[in-house]
Write a protein of this length. Sequence first.
Length: 199
Amino acid sequence: MKKQLFFCAAVLLLAGLFSSCSENQPSPAVNAEQAMSNEDLIKKGEYLVTTIGCNDCHSPKKMGERGPEIIPELMLSGYPGDRPVQKVSAEALNSGWGLFNPDLTSFVDPWGQSFAGNLTSDPTGIGNWTEEQFKKALTQGKFKGIDGGRILLPPMPWTNWVNMKDEDVKAIFLYLKSTPPVRNIVPAPIPPDALFADQ
């Protein structure tokens, strides 16, 4: 009986030691992330930006052979601030339509008109942002990542990224900070009661 108790105690002790050792060791996935160079993170960020559709709204486009095509020198620079804002069709809006402009950088719906932001490394984009600001914008929907500011307007799908991993946020941020700067001051949103002021 004493031998059995001693044996059980030894097994439990070894199991406890093994468990505590394995808990203190970082997982291979963590080690792999730590081992990623900035260059690897930037490549990962480019992959994420491309696959989650950031260019769909944030990159001005021109009509090409296959429909709207990104203007390379304006990629990710948002709604062009020097472009006149098109007049909104009150009839379409009142009939329940949501309206995109031709290159998808602006959208009109019951909240008014919103314009895709400049995501390039220029100071008029995210050039002066910290990673923490970027994370708050992307995962909490805070305009410019500033607490107490307004929430990002639709169609920005920030609610899809609430649980995005920190390493993915970092990769996207590093990629965007590596993009060529495009100076472009995007217009402020137009509230619903001002949509038809000039019409």
